[in-house]
Design a protein around this ligand. Structure first.
Ligand SMILES: [Mn+2]
Length: 416
């Protein structure tokens, strides 16, 4: 059966004034556009020209399963504080993220949008946006990184539910209600949308598969993996939540008091990377759960490289962060991390005493429990890929199904 193409509607012009208040969108965008002759990929590792050209309120395809549209949510869902951290984000991309939230969320659910400007070169990137109703801007006095910036945002949030969002996203129809509903029903749930792909070249909005969950390899790199076949067979309802061992980390909703109770984030982690494992292990091992909600869709620009500098270097920062996660949470399994990443041995990672105390205080389960309950199938698929014969077959399969695997490649790209 062919489904009609559903698209989100751009807002009518009379809604514009209400959405943006005194904010002068044109002046904001013109202030920072690509100059003729400049490489459109240089500054942001995506095509800035395309982002600028698109405008701030394009319609996108409603990528949900059609049954999602007929679901009902509580009329008294609690409001959320949206927390967006960024460092030198493209103005047109950041504005589209914010406007998509304002256009596609029930206004009563948006308590505020908190922007954390992590010491971008131009303070006005953030300041000017605070003229938009509900938008607040906090600027760090020095580069703190994603982790400490998010904690700063969470500490100032006034709603009881936190929504973390990347700065290069577009949220889709009814993205927020399913997530808030799940967290309202059980505050220990930490929930993510399905993350659709916004092309870094032409900004096309592409639907991601609804059959994926988060996984990792022993060097602590995130990867999407197929839902285990038994779980897939047991799913009669495509709108049902998908339990996931780890979340990708860029976009999720969490009860604020649960976030605080579980120790927020490890604030000794720098810039970017590894914090999603630390959070995911901690949530599962300390009494919560992680899930992906197929009826919530958010588009994200996946990039091939980080567009910004790591003051200590990209590799060292990733090692420091993942080593902290491994040392605090992985128990005897950390030896697999060190075998997969021998260069991590002997690298500085700071004191973890506070996080070990936290783990004891919360009376968290051992990592073995997590592995046995969450990641069994993940490990078996991971090992299969190492077998040469299967790798050969895999290569042929990739060639035959290249359009599909192009998409998978997008998902496997490092997230910036
Ligand atoms: Mn990102």
């Amino acid at each position: 059966m062919l489904c009609p193409l559903q698209v989100t509607q751009p807002p009518r012009t009379e809604q514009q004034g209400q959405l943006l208040g005194g904010f002068d969108e044109k002046a904001y965008l013109v202030g920072k556009q690509l100059k003729p002759g400049d490489d459109p990929y240089r500054e942001h590792a995506f095509n800035l020209q395309e982002s600028d050209r698109l405008g701030s309120e394009r319609a996108i395809r409603d990528t949900r399963h059609y049954r999602c549209a007929s679901l009902n949510y509580d009329t008294d869902l609690p409001a959320t504080s949206i927390i967006i951290t960024f460092h030198n984000e493209a103005r047109s991309t950041l504005l589209r993220t914010i406007k998509s939230v304002l256009m596609r969320s029930p206004p009563s659910l948006i308590q505020e949008i908190i922007l954390i400007d992590d010491f971008s070169s131009d303070p006005e990137d953030c300041q000017l946006l605070s003229q938009i109703p509900k938008v607040r801007c906090l600027r760090n006095g020095r580069r703190e990184g994603l982790i400490r910036s998010r904690v700063r945002g969470a500490n100032t949030a006034s709603a009881s539910i936190l929504t973390f969002l990347d700065s290069h996203c577009e949220v889709n129809t009814d993205w927020l209600q399913p997530m808030i509903q799940r967290v309202k029903e059980d505050h220990t749930r930490v929930v993510s949308p399905i993350i659709d792909v916004i092309s870094l070249d032409n900004f096309a909005y592409l639907a991601a598969s609804a059959d994926l969950r988060g996984g990792f390899d022993w060097s602590l790199h995130f990867k999407w993996e197929q839902i285990p076949i038994e779980q897939k067979m047991a799913r009669s309802d495509p709108t049902q939540s998908i339990r996931t061992p780890v979340i990708a980390g860029g976009i999720f909703v969490m009860d604020k008091s649960w976030f605080n109770h579980l120790g927020q984030y490890d604030t000794h982690m720098d810039i970017w990377g590894g914090e999603n494992f630390e959070l995911s292990f901690r949530v599962w091992m300390c009494g919560g759960s992680l899930e992906i909600l197929p009826c919530s869709r958010v588009g994200h620009v996946f990039r091939k490289r980080h567009p910004y500098d790591f003051p200590e270097g990209n590799a060292l920062t990733y090692i420091k962060n993942t080593r902290r996660a491994a040392e605090v949470w992985m128990d005897e399994y950390k030896q697999y991390y060190y075998s997969a990443r021998p260069s991590a041995q002997g690298k500085a990672f700071g004191s973890i005493a506070d996080r070990l105390t936290l783990r004891r205080k919360l009376n968290c389960k051992p990592f073995r429990w997590y592995m046995e309950n969450q990641s069994l199938l993940f490990m078996s698929t991971h090992n299969q890929e190492k077998e040469p014969l299967k790798t050969e077959k895999w290569k042929i399969l990739r060639k035959v199904c290249s359009p599909v695997f192009l998409l998978i490649d997008y998902w496997r790209r490092p997230r910036g």
